[in-house]
Design a protein around this ligand. Sequence first.
Ligand code: UDP
Length: 239
Amino acid sequence: MVQPKYERVVLKLSGEAIAGEKGYGIDPATIDVMVQEIKEIYELGVEIAIIVGGGNIWRGQIGEEMGMERAQADYMGMLATVMNALALQDVLENNDVPTRVQTSIEMRQIAEPYIRRKAIRHLEKSRVVIFAGGTGNPYFTTDTTAALRAAEINADVILMAKNNVDGVYDSDPSINVEAKKFDELTHLDVIAKGLKVMDSTASSLSMDNDIPLVVFNLNEPGNIKRVVLGENIGTTVLA
Ligand code: UDP
């Protein structure tokens, strides 16, 4: 059997990845395509923790722009990530992939509360763990959650799945046709150059805790497996 490069991964899926073509809400057919890919690496024996975003339903910033208090709007964003997590869990389990959802804010009737040691135990028992609710704190993002949980569970890498973007560029490739893609960078380069990979809190946390990151295009079939097998696609951000 092929040997994966990573034993334990954190897969960051943005809310956008769950919305599909519509760009808003939850599209089970889109999730299904993604789940087939996740299942491929699950079957390789990779331990998988998933962090889901919520931008397909709500972002704190939207609320703030409408005049809401930022913290209040951010809590709504965190709840949006829980809806995505439950949708993802449903499709994974329909495809015979055992899962547990853990929320950073307690919702006992819906999911387990986040308990680090329990999460690790689930991973060791070949259950996919979906971390919902972000960090549980306003003013943070699910990218930062990915960096935080990756450090907590000793993940080998963060897999940053992007929608229709195949890596990190020196400028926006949708605007600048001359934009150059980086094959390899460091977190320090990302911060110093102000590159849009994760937010700066997430980058600093990943740098301080020596967690590498691979940014790749989720919409290219087979990419999650390629990254896990160590193929050089996308951009690798070294610790
Ligand atoms: N959020 C938060 N704290 C966190 C994670 C998320 O307040 O630790 C809120 C925030 O309002 C954010 C929203 O949840 O806008 C959705 O998360 P994010 O923007 O990271 O989702 P994505 O862009 O990945 O879809």
